[in-house]
Design a protein around this ligand. Sequence first.
Ligand code: G1P
Length: 292
Amino acid sequence: MTKRIRKAVLPVAGLGTRFLPATKAVPKEMLTIVDRPVVQHVVDEARAAGIEHFIFVTGRNKAVIEDHFDMAYELDDTLAKRNKVKELEALKHDLPAAGATSFTRQQAPLGLGHAVWCAREIVGDEPFALLLPDMLHYSQGKGCLAEMIEAYDRHGGNHIAVAPVPDDQTHQYGIVGVEDAKAKVSKITGMVEKPPKGTAPSNLHISGRYILQPTIFNLLANQEKGAGGEIQLTDSMIALSHQEPFFAVRFDGEIYDAGSKIGFLAANVAYALDRSDLGPQLRAEIEKLLDR
Ligand code: G1P
């Protein structure tokens, strides 16, 4: 029997320098993909996978994320008085249960490994999910994390979502080698964080969804610096893969890096085109624009 995955960690402390000046006062995770903040899309994916507790690793200037996942009493009251039933219901639906969110701060930007380590006390001694909010995993099916939890229920151990990237982009990501690149779930044979150009063991990148055993925290505690002078999660995962089973779950949906301008814009268009209230009109607008 595997232990159920109940908790998800969402590192949201990044400065968002790629989006300045938009992110001077607004956290990058609160920029919207259509009408939902980036981080809300990722929480939606985690909820669809059965996650019950959301642990946000925040930093200074991120308080608005906490407000977003809290009840907005005055807003609810005004909407009720104006009989805005649909809007009220939508807000109620999105609101996490009382006590289902935790917030802890990463005091200094020392890397992803350090951000995850900051969640150790709240995660405790159980396997957990980790979702990088910049990376949007769009699927018509049950969602990336739900697919991973299915794989975890069958195999136990640790899992990371992977997907192919063009060969000239492998140096921007964590890259994994797998036993069978075509299989939906495959044993990992190696991992490397941001391999120099031409040295990647494959073109499968770590796409930002993980299921990890709590043993990772002991390894992260060493706080050794890796690629880019940061405490890298991948380095501790490599050490963990020598001790425990580690699997790659191939994600076949679309992935948008909402932390890059092009990825963010493409995600907005893709998510809006899929909406019945916006898609047809937007399509017509795009066609007009392309004819300019
Ligand atoms: C992080 C991880 C990397 C992963 C990437 C996905 O890198 O360290 O392994 O491929 O997220 O976005 P970062 O984007 O923080 O440099």
